[in-house]
Design a protein around this ligand. Sequence first.
Ligand code: SDX
Length: 429
Amino acid sequence: MTKDSLSVTDNRTGKSYELAIKNDTINAMDLRQIKVNPDDFGMLSYDPGFKNTASTESTITYIDGAKGILRYRGYPIEQLAASSNYLEVAYLILFGELPNQAQYDKWEYDILHHTFVHENITDFMKAFRYDAHPMGMFIATIAGMSTFYPEGRDIHDADNRLRQIERLIAKTPTVAAFSYRHLRGLPFVYPDNDLSYTGNFLNMLDKMTQIKYKPNPALERALDVLFILHADHEQNCGTAAMRVIGSSETDPYSAMAGAAAALYGPLHGGANEAVLRMLVEIGDVKNVPAFVEGVKNRERLLMGFGHRVYKNFDPRASIIKSIADEVFEVTGRNPLLDIALELERIALEDDFFVQRNLYPNVDFYSGIIYQAMKFPIAMFPVLFAIPRTIGWLAQWQEMLLDKEQKIARPRQVYLGSDERDYVSMEDRK
Ligand code: SDX
């Protein structure tokens, strides 16, 4: 008769233990009973980078890395990218169900009518250096927003949480666009709530002297699909940071600034910027073989390749690649695409990459599209942070409502010095 348990024997003592199995996991706390001496602390699991540790149960996003599956609340990313829009997907991720028309209309109204930021925010954004990296501006401004909404600290009040969540979804495009306009030395453009969520973002980025900005429908749709693809991705580095910071019960603005800071790293959401700088450095298809040799000699990483979970293909990369053609019809083909395609061709054939399951990830092609849309490379991580806002906030809220969650405080394996006495300066060597 099968039992949902592991039987383990500690060969140091000959003792055996039964560890319960739930959802194909054991509870790490059940290891603590395994001791050699009764006053031992008990056994820990050791997992640098949390490669094999589930930090939470979740019902938001499902990924199957071997099969290249990504679903938000059970809906395949391919269907959402083809048939939905970012605000509807944001509703789905947060509330767990697709909205009916009345629910959608209210959600869209509430978001589109929270897009302005306090004038003091525009003042301090203008205080950054003229060449400040927009992601640094974004992170600092999101953190600073906690001082404008002190009631955000009341995280146990559901209505109050929703108001802060709506504010952050609504205002991140505004903050992002203001950081872009600052980088370009242009005056800030205020929101136009007649436009769609993504259309208004393009308006705040590109409006110049025209009375009414009209977004290009093909670019508006392409960007909206890119936002859908970047909305959530279960317990990635940035989301894990959101949960860890949020577990101390700080406000969502401060927690989200930390999540965005994690996303900024070139191994994570900053990879889209690193990919473009890599393609620009390669410069020509004829230089690709030499570059790939450098990667194989461990001189550098092939940015935009590899993934902790996807050991086959990243379904988002496939969709983004298909969007590229629609964008290039409007913007003209990006010559860097040829270098990217050659890199992909070689990597998919070369044992070094195949043996390590290195395939293009979400960041490999997105940057090529952003550059074709005339975004400066420094804006790319900001373009990742805008749509990921809903993922961070939905996961933050799920953590707060999870009765099993406590303040995050990992353990360590101490391998440092034993106790030793202080040595006065004159006695030191
Ligand atoms: C995102 O987690 C998420 O979900 C993230 C994300 C999201 O939506 O939130 O999907 C977004 O962050 C996508 C990833 C973007 N990052 C990059 O493109 C940067 C380049 N990729 C690598 O840094 C790396 O692939 C990671 C960080 C993405 C994954 O690293 P892992 O899982 O820790 O794998 P690893 O470092 O243990 O690599 C295994 C082997 C190693 O070689 P060996 O020592 O075993 O011989 O593969 C090698 C690595 O050196 N390797 C690479 C490589 N990625 C891994 N070698 C060359 N180029 C690479 N890109």
